[in-house]
Structure formats: C-alpha cells, structure tokens
Design a protein around this ligand. Structure first.
Ligand code: FE
Length: 183
C-alpha cells in the first residue's frame, strides 16, 4: 500500500467521525477546506495541507476529546506522521494551523466573534489568544502566511450539505506531492 492509499483508507474507516462539536463529518470538513483552498487558487502543497490538516484526529482512536476538556494536540501528531511523506510546504501549515487561530484571535478582534462554540472551547484548551510576543514569533516562521490562509478555510469548512469534489479527485495531487515510499 502506498501513502495515498493509506490516507484514503484512514478517511474510509474513520472519516465518518463527527468534526468536533460541528454538524459535518471529518471527511466532509477536510474536503470542504481543500475545496476552499482550490477556490482561492492555493498552490498544490497548500491544497494538500488543507485536505490533511486534521489527519491527526484520524490517526488516533480518540474521539470528542475537547468536550472532555483535553487537547489531543492533533496538529503535532498530524505533522509528525505527514513529515515522513511530505515536504515542509505541506507539513508546516498543518503543524501551525492551531497556532494560526491563536494568532488571528490576537490580530483581528472580529475573528474571535466569528468562531463556532466548539472552536472557542478548543481555543481555551489550546492555550488561548496569543500575546504580542507570541504573535511576532508566529509571524517570523516560514509558512505562517500559508497557515493563516489554511485557518480561514478551516473555519469555513463546516457547511452541512455543501457539494464538493470527492476525495478520489485529489489522488493525483497527493501522489505528486508525496515521496514515493511503499508502505
Ligand atoms: Fe479543521
């Protein structure tokens, strides 16, 4: 099995899980975030990052951790796993997409008001809004801009019934941006 088949198998067997506290599934959410990335003419690696940004949630057997007051740090587990197969242009926006939320809460007062209840709950567990120093450090990292773009699509990708391209339509893009390692 190659990495793309492995990813599709993860979505196949765990993608029906609820996207924490929202009305859409993990699969719907991932496909919607990738859809918005395509609409915004993101480059290939950032589209791949958008599709896979929450893969850390699918790698674990745990569900509903935020509701139980626990932050599973899915951005770190997702990054650690993806780094075996993808370049930093894919993995860094994944690693930084939670930090991007904390940054946007600091940088844009209106941003916090637009977040869903579930996202506000997880924000608290993830350490809350950045302060000025944390925001500066965040912005100084390569791919911070991509992480912020991904974050805005992430926040929108919760629309019940939105018609988007199926996961199979991303096979070629995923293959082209992954290292060819046979598992
Ligand atoms: Fe997400």
């Amino acid at each position: 099995m190659n990495i793309v088949d492995e990813i599709f198998a993860l979505f196949e067997c765990r993608g029906d899980r609820e996207y924490f506290g929202e009305t859409v599934s993990q699969r719907d959410h991932a496909l919607q975030v990738a859809h918005f990335a395509v609409q915004d003419r993101a480059k290939g690696p950032l589209i791949v990052a958008s599709l896979l940004h929450d893969i850390g949630h699918l790698l674990t057997g745990e569900e509903g951790m935020a509701e139980r007051g626990f932050d599973g740090c899915h951005e770190n587990s997702g990054n650690a796993w993806l780094r075996q197969y993808f370049s930093p242009a894919v993995t860094e926006p994944v690693r930084m997409h939670v930090a991007a939320k904390r940054y946007l809460c600091y940088a844009e007062p209106d941003y916090l008001r637009g977040l869903s209840d579930a996202s506000i709950l997880s924000l608290k567990l993830q350490g809350g809004m950045f302060n000025e120093r944390e925001a500066t450090n965040f912005l100084a990292q390569p791919y911070a801009h991509d992480a912020v773009r991904l974050r805005r699509w992430d926040d929108r990708g919760k629309i019940l019934g939105l018609e988007v391209a199926p996961i199979e339509s991303y096979r070629e893009l995923l293959t082209c941006h992954s290292r060819s390692i046979e598992l």
